[in-house]
Design a protein around this ligand. Structure first.
Ligand code: C5P
Length: 217
């Protein structure tokens, strides 16, 4: 049986995958799930309770109790939230607690766009379209720096570059569901691309995957 048309968009922080996913969701009229938000919510909510990010049991409890309505919070978009997210994301029990919600979404018959780190490898390995979006660390740091400054955060470029490098190492080095390109994902390096060119390139990759999916049974 043909799987639902899931577009899996993985890659490191500030690679452009969020913008690309939003564009693809609008273009194909598919619902979108930003899975980074789940880990951000767990990290920030745990901290708000005065919990320890390294305490796997406490983090997993927050993950199990997470409600869809909890996700709409600007505090999850901050620099600190990204760091908290990647620290709780190393715990296998946290990942396990968030698995069901993500897989139910991935099985929606009408298809979806899901962005994260392990979508093409763990959450939806059956996805007919897989992208691995990346860019040089300096380019990503510059983008994230401008974005955070635009939101009024008092940050410096060297600090953000350091964040990006630390997060890449942690996300890529963890033993459970590390950030890695799925063997059947198409690599899209956006280092030299404007947003328009990157979304264009992503649409072309997905269009080819969709044509293959449409003739499959
Ligand atoms: O994509 P975003 O920057 O919001 O993700 C925040 C953090 O959440 C990542 O650095 C990563 O540690 C974690 N994450 C993950 N698996 C996903 C999505 C995000 O481990 N599918």
């Amino acid at each position: 049986m043909r799987p639902p048309f899931v577009i899996a968009v993985d890659g490191p922080a500030a690679s452009g995958k969020g913008t690309i996913s939003t564009d693809l969701g609008a273009h194909y009229d598919l619902p979108m799930l930003d899975t980074g938000l789940l880990y951000r919510a767990v990290g920030v909510m745990l901290k708000r309770q005065g919990g320890d990010l390294d305490d796997a049991g406490a983090a997993a409890k927050v993950a199990r109790d997470l409600q869809a309505g909890d996700l709409d919070d600007e505090a999850f978009r901050t620099r600190e939230a990204g760091e908290c997210a990647s620290r709780v994301a190393v715990h296998p029990s946290v990942r396990a607690a968030l698995l069901d919600l993500q897989q139910v979404f991935a099985r929606r018959p009408g298809g979806s766009v899901i962005d994260g780190r392990d979508i093409g490898t763990v959450i939806a390995p059956f996805a007919p379209a897989k992208l691995y979006v990346t860019a040089d660390a300096e380019v990503r740091a510059e983008r994230r720096f401008r974005q955070l400054r635009g939101r009024g955060e008092d940050v410096t470029f060297p600090d953000i570059l350091e964040d990006i490098r630390r997060r890449d190492a942690r996300d890529g080095g963890r033993s459970d569901a590390p950030m890695v390109q799925a063997p059947d994902a198409v690599l899209l390096d956006t280092s030299q691309m404007t947003i328009e060119r990157a979304t264009d390139a992503a649409r072309r990759i997905v269009e080819a995957a969709r044509a293959r999916w449409e003739i499959s049974r």
